[in-house]
Design a protein around this ligand. Structure first.
Ligand SMILES: [Zn+2]
Length: 891
């Protein structure tokens, strides 16, 4: 799954930075924890589901019937499985299973059946079937008739409405099950460790298309004019990977080797599907080769649905990957260069899951990172292979920084984290699981070398295909083929939270590296040790050392040397130089590789904010970086300057800091300008959008005036803006909107026919800096005007500017807002709204909100609280430092 980091980024760079850690100061090397979680009993397990679904989209409900071939492994008088929002009409257990044994075996037994008593546990989302006698071990058929709900948010079985060609109202149906919503389509053993075969049949309106994991095996017209579509049996797989969609779709496709690769879109949208089809065509052979096991299903579809979710943008259902439009379709008028790159990366991500996650699946949610960290690393490896010009590894550094900031504060968690129950699993979809996970894998791959790492991965896939694993199964395979063993290092980085700090100093013995812990608050300063692979450049040959708290490393070096820590920036740690070495590193800035320039910028701000170094070091780095020629470096500079600006809202030094920040971006603005130049590198367009956006946020008068001029012109000449420039202009105009402009944007949103375009207009309506307009946006979110999936986006937009206002509003209207957000992500949605607050006054209501949700679901709230506390500390302690430095270094 691709979780919505982008919506977090939109809140503000600083709002992302949440996190922390259990205070335990374990200095012994960590070992894998014993699993302890609430799960279904395993004395009865499913082998094959035969499921029939009859949707009633008009009334948002459906009828279901299923026959589950189950195996009773030990005598028991009850069967427990998952069900949520399911009404049971009839449950029958039939013995012996007619699917059991060889031909003729079933017929030789007398068929018996029993009707159990049904008990539902709404909180645990289980149904218990109690029998009046113990069931003997063996095979049975469990036959169930039931009805369920079609939702209007993207979880379970859900409907998305849109306007079709000619203005007709259309409704399409889709499913989204990760992590625990398959139980909303069918009573089931809805846990990743329970794999079964699924045989799905759906009744669909004549003329519509039904899509699932497997190709259609048979379809037949029914007496009422519908069609009954039966899909081929899936391989053995986890329930969260099942998929179903029904709608007025078209499919473009092509054979890639033996695989039928297709993109399924709403009628009329096939032109926008070409980019995705081409990307998948490119990537499939790459993955077949990398994993050493060819993609095992006969087809691989990418399905686009209108709308959005606050939780995710795409989902790796096996053979039927789901995306929201904006994450899959390319429209030159609306898609920016960054969107296009994200689409490619998202395709690479979900395709990697077809092996890592779908073919081989984590046994329980504790190891979610094994899916997500791996896919997040692989998306970049594959993208970089085909698009080296995008410098994707450099671009990943921004997300990695966000994870590191969370990881240095209260609320963080180890990459492998105990997940007590499925409700806590939703908390695991975060920057630690995805970005720290991918960084750790990148570090380990660099440590053993890419060929050795791939050999281990190939064995891992081959040995565990169609099965379930824990993380140590992967380390074991790599260690088996690698001369350098990684399990110890991997345990240090995945079983304990936190960020190592590697410090360099020069003495009589030469250059010494020590390891301590980088913590931004008291909870994160408890000592901890990591065996950290460190590469140092600047000493002649690169020096590779394994440094831990117990074992510093020293190498002879001349007194005038300029060492560069974490050369290549593949290590997951912060780097700190002694003051003399810091001065030398900064002087070398223009000659450094872009990734190392990024390292200095990111570490500079992080060390400054947390009080490990003067904020002046970061500001001096920003001055050095303003002349950088790499677009990714310029973009990072703009984002970091914006992050500091975010703390300055309403503070005394605001004007002076903004002038300083604008001056740092002036050279980039002069180089990039407003318009795409013929033949320019793709990344210039990405950097241009960020630099202009940040200059807009810094109230740069020339940039705001130019955006307004272009907007006015565009109203007269609708073809005058497209792609990246269109979004840049609209966003700057929206954040600086007065009431008349806001009304214009509102009218444009109402008129927009493209779902993604419409959705963006509603987001813009929330982003005005005028508090009265923010109130209007909030009020609008509860009307029928925005679509049900755009309404929360409007509220998120307001939270980016007025977090206190947005949070107070949703708390006052919870009964109306709750249904706008899928249940899985409701708590994190609310927590994220508050996360950017810059006033302690929000803490009591935030704590009051925490008391209303189960303890296991409070992770995101804890992160929001630590984010707010850290921001308050930066405002109180660091901004005065910035004020002084800026005053002392004019220009
Ligand atoms: Zn994923």
């Amino acid at each position: 799954m691709k979780f919505n980091l982008s919506s977090l980024l939109a809140l503000s760079a600083a709002a992302l930075l949440a996190a922390s850690s259990p205070a335990a100061a374990a200095t012994r090397p960590p070992k894998a924890p014993a699993p302890s979680h609430v799960a279904l009993p395993k004395d009865v397990t499913p082998e094959r589901y035969q499921i029939n679904i009859r949707p009633d989209p008009e009334h948002l409900k459906f009828l279901g019937s299923e026959t589950i071939a189950v195996r009773v492994k030990a005598p028991t008088s009850r069967i427990v499985l998952n069900a949520a929002d399911i009404a049971f009409q009839r449950v029958l257990l039939i013995s012996p299973s007619q699917t059991a044994g060889g031909p003729g075996e079933a017929a030789s037994h007398r068929i018996q059946s029993w009707t159990p008593k049904i008990a539902l546990d709404k909180d645990q989302q289980t149904a218990t079937f109690a029998f009046d006698h113990p069931l003997a071990p063996g095979r049975y058929d469990l036959s169930i008739d039931y009805s369920g709900v079609i939702y209007q948010q993207a979880s379970g079985f859900f409907a998305l409405d849109y306007t079709g060609d000619g203005g007709t109202k259309q409704r399409a149906l889709f499913t989204q099950f990760e992590n625990s919503d398959a139980r909303r389509l069918m009573p089931s053993w809805d846990e990743p460790g329970v794999k079964s075969v699924f045989s799905l049949t759906v009744r669909a309106p004549a003329g519509q298309m039904a899509v699932s994991n497997m190709p259609v095996a048979a379809s037949a017209a029914t007496a009422d004019g519908s069609q009954l579509v039966r899909f081929a049996d899936t391989p053995k797989m986890s329930s969260y990977l099942l998929f179903l969609a029904v709608g007025d779709f078209e499919r473009v496709h092509r054979m890639v080797g033996k695989t039928d690769v297709g993109v399924v879109v709403r009628r009329g949208k096939t032109a926008q599907a070409q980019f995705a089809l081409d990307a998948a065509t490119q990537l499939l052979p790459f993955y077949n080769d990398y994993f050493g096991t060819p993609y095992p299903l006969p087809k691989l579809d990418f399905i686009a649905g209108p709308g959005r979710s606050q939780f995710f943008s795409a989902m790796e259902n096996w053979g039927a990957i789901y995306y929201f439009d904006y994450a899959l379709l390319v429209d030159p008028k609306l898609t920016t260069e960054a969107d296009k790159q994200n689409i490619y990366v998202d395709i690479a991500h979900e395709m990697a899951h077809q092996w890592f996650g779908d073919l081989v699946t984590m046994a329980w949610w504790d190891d979610l990172w094994l899916n997500e960290g791996f896919a997040s690393w692989m998306e970049n490896k594959a993208t970089d292979h085909f698009h080296p010009e995008w410098k994707i590894w450099l671009q990943t550094k921004a997300g990695e920084q966000a994870a590191m900031r969370v990881d240095a504060r209260a609320g963080t968690h180890p990459v492998i984290t105990p997940i007590h129950d499925v409700f806590a699993a939703a908390n695991a979809f975060d920057g630690i699981t995805y970005q720290k996970g991918h960084s750790v894998i990148h570090m380990l791959e660099t440590y053993v070398g890419p060929d050795v790492f791939r050999a281990g991965v190939r064995n891992y896939i081959a040995h565990h295909a169609y099965g379930n694993t824990v993380t140590d199964d992967l380390w074991r395979e790599i260690d088996a083929v690698s001369p350098k063993k990684i399990t110890g290092i991997a345990h240090d980085f995945t079983l304990q939270a936190g960020v190592p700090l590697i410090s360099a100093s020069l003495g009589k013995g030469g250059l010494t590296l020590t390891q301590s812990r980088f913590g931004a608050d008291a909870a994160s300063k408890a000592p901890r040790t990591w065996r950290t692979p460190v590469t140092v450049a600047g000493l002649g040959e690169p020096w590779r050392a394994l440094v831990s708290a117990k074992q510093p490393a020293t190498k002879a070096a001349s007194a005038s040397v300029t060492p560069l820590l974490n050369a290549g920036q593949t290590g997951y740690f912060r780097s700190r130089y002694s003051p003399e070495l810091e001065v030398r590193a900064l002087a070398a800035f223009p000659r450094l590789a872009p990734e190392d320039q990024l390292g200095l910028i990111y570490d500079g701000l992080a060390l400054g904010e947390a009080g490990y170094a003067p904020m002046g070091d970061f500001l001096a780095t920003a001055k050095a970086a303003q002349g950088a020629d790499n677009s990714v470096v310029l973009r990072a500079l703009a984002q970091q300057l914006d992050a500091v600006n975010d703390f300055y809202e309403g503070q005394p030094g605001e004007a002076a800091y903004r002038a300083f920040a604008r001056a740092r971006l002036a050279p980039a603005y002069a180089r990039l300008g407003w318009d795409t130049r013929r033949g320019e590198p793709d990344n210039d367009a990405v950097a241009r959008r960020t630099v202009l956006g940040v200059l807009g946020a810094l109230d740069d008068p020339a940039v705001v005036a130019e955006a307004r001029r272009r907007f006015a012109n565009w109203l007269q000449h609708p073809d005058s803006l497209s792609g990246t420039t269109r979004q840049t202009v609209l966003q700057i105009v929206a954040t600086h909107a007065d009431a008349a402009t806001w009304d214009q944007l509102h009218a444009l949103g109402q008129k927009a026919t493209d779902i993604t375009d419409k959705s963006r207009f509603y987001r813009y309506l929330g982003e005005s800096h005028d508090p009265a307009l923010a109130d209007r946006a909030l009020a609008l979110s509860l009307t029928k005007d925005p679509s049900p999936t755009d309404a929360p986006e409007l509220i998120s937009g307001v939270a980016g500017v007025y977090p206190e206002k947005a949070f107070a509003f949703v708390m006052a209207h919870r009964a109306q807002v709750d249904p706008l957000v899928e249940p899985t992500s409701r708590t994190s949605f609310y927590a994220r709204l508050a996360s950017g607050a810059r006033s302690a006054a929000i803490l009591p209501p935030l704590n009051a909100f925490a008391a209303t949700v189960p303890a296991s679901a409070r992770g995101e709230i804890t992160k929001a609280v630590s984010n707010i506390r850290f921001a308050l500390e930066i405002i109180a302690k660091r901004l005065p430092e910035v004020d002084r430095w800026v005053a002392a270094h004019p220009g």
